[in-house]
Design a protein around this ligand. Sequence first.
Ligand code: PLP
Length: 457
Amino acid sequence: MSTEHPLVTEYRHFSPKSAQVAARARDVFPGGDTRSSAHYGPYPLAIERAAGCRVQDADGHELIDFMNNFTSLIHGHAQPDVVAAVQEQVAKGSAYAATSVDQVELAEMIQERVPSIEQLRFTSSGTEGTLMAIRCARAATGRQKIMKMEGGYHGSYELAEVSLIPFPDKRGDLDAPASLAVDGSFPDSVLNDAVICPFNEPERARALIDKHGPELAAIIVEPMLGSMGMLPATPEFLAALREGATAHDVVLIFDEVITLRVAEGGAQVHYGVTPDLTCMGKIIGGGLPVGGVGGKRELMQLFSPDQESPVMHASTFSGNALTMAAGRAAMKAYDAPAVDHVNTLGARLREGFNQAFAQSGIRGQATGMGSIANLHFTTDALHDSRDSIAATVEAGHIPRLLHLSMLRHGVMSASRLMYCTSTAMREEDVDAAVTAMHESLAELRPYVEAERPGLMR
Ligand SMILES: Cc1ncc(COP(=O)(O)O)c(C=O)c1O
C-alpha cells in the first residue's frame, strides 16, 4: 500500500464532505473534473456559496478567496451592484439574439478606457476572443502563421496552447524554440502554423520576426505570462514586438484577458505600448462568461456585415443580455480608485509573501504585477517560462502541499499558487493571508528539510 503524505491526509480530515462530492463527481466527470485548470489532488474543495471575498466549502469552512475565478471576479462574489443588475435583467430575459443598450454601453465604456480599442466585439469566452483576433489578423494580412510566446496561454484550442509547456527535453534552443504539443490532440498543421518566440528576449524576438515576418499574420502576447506563473514582460520586450510587427506589417495582438485589471486601460497603458488588437475576458463580464476582441477600426471592420465577405463570427451567447448587465455594473464600479485599491493590496500581498518566505528559511518569491501574485519556490530571478518550469521541477510536490495547507489555513488560491486581490478585500484580508502563509510555511518546513533540502536557503 502506498503511503500518503501526512499533509494530504490532514487535508482529507479537513474536508470529508468535499471528498463525498468528489466521489460523486468521479462517476459523471472523467477523473471527477469538468475544468482542467480548477482541478487539483487529492480532490478539490466543493464550494457551496460565496459573498464578497469569502467562500464557504461543503464542510462549512469559510475561506478568503484569492483565486477569484482565475482573476475574473474583480469585485469578489455577489457584489451588490452586479447582483442588482443581474436580478433586474434576468427577470427581463437573459439573451435576445439582438442588440441592446447595455451591450452598447459596456462597449462604449471599454472603448473609452482602452485607448487602442476603436471598435470591439464581444465573445462568450477569452478563448473565443483570441480565436477571433487570430482570424481577423489572417483575413487582414492574407498570411497564415502566428507567432506566439513560449509558455504563453491564449485559451482552449491547439494554436492557443502550442508550447504552453516548453518541456525541457523537447523545446530546443532559445534562438529557435520548437513548436510543441501539450497533449496528443494537436494536428501537425497547427504546430507548423506556430512560430515560437522566447519570452522576454527582445533581440531574439527581433531576429525571429525578421526571419518569419513575411509569413506572419499576427504576433500574440500576454503582457504578463499568466499560466506560467505571472511573469511580467519587460518594456523592452513589448517594444521590440511592436517594432518588429510594424516593420513587417504583422498584426500585434495583446492578450489582456488577465491583465486588463492592472490599469483602467489594461497593461498596454501601463507599458505605453499600443497593440493593433486586444483580447479581453474575465473582468469585463462581471463574473459571467465573457470575452472580447477590439482594436483598430480598419481591422475590426473586417467583421462588419457591411463587408462583402466579413470574418464570420456567430456565437450564441456573445453579448447576451445577462453578461452585458453584469459587465456594465462591474466595470462601472472598477474605476481609478478601485484599480488603485486592488493594486495596493496586490503589492502588500506580494511583499508579505516574500517576507514569509524569507523568514521561513525556504527559498521562494512572489512574482506578478498590480493585483496579481504568483509563488515560485526559488530566489533566482524569473525571466521566462523556462525559469518557472525549472523552479517547479526542482520544487517537486512542495507547491502542491503548500496549496493544501493554505486551504486548511483559510486561504483559497489557484493550485498553481496564483493569487489575486478584489475590491471586496481590505488590508486585514491580505494580512490574514500573509499570516496563513507564515503558518503554512512553518508547517511545511520539516517536510522541505527532509524531502527537498535543496529548497532551504
Ligand atoms: C491570457 C489568457 N488568454 C485567454 C484565456 C482564455 O479565456 P477563457 O478561459 O475565458 O476561454 C485565458 C484564461 O485563463 C487567459 O489567461
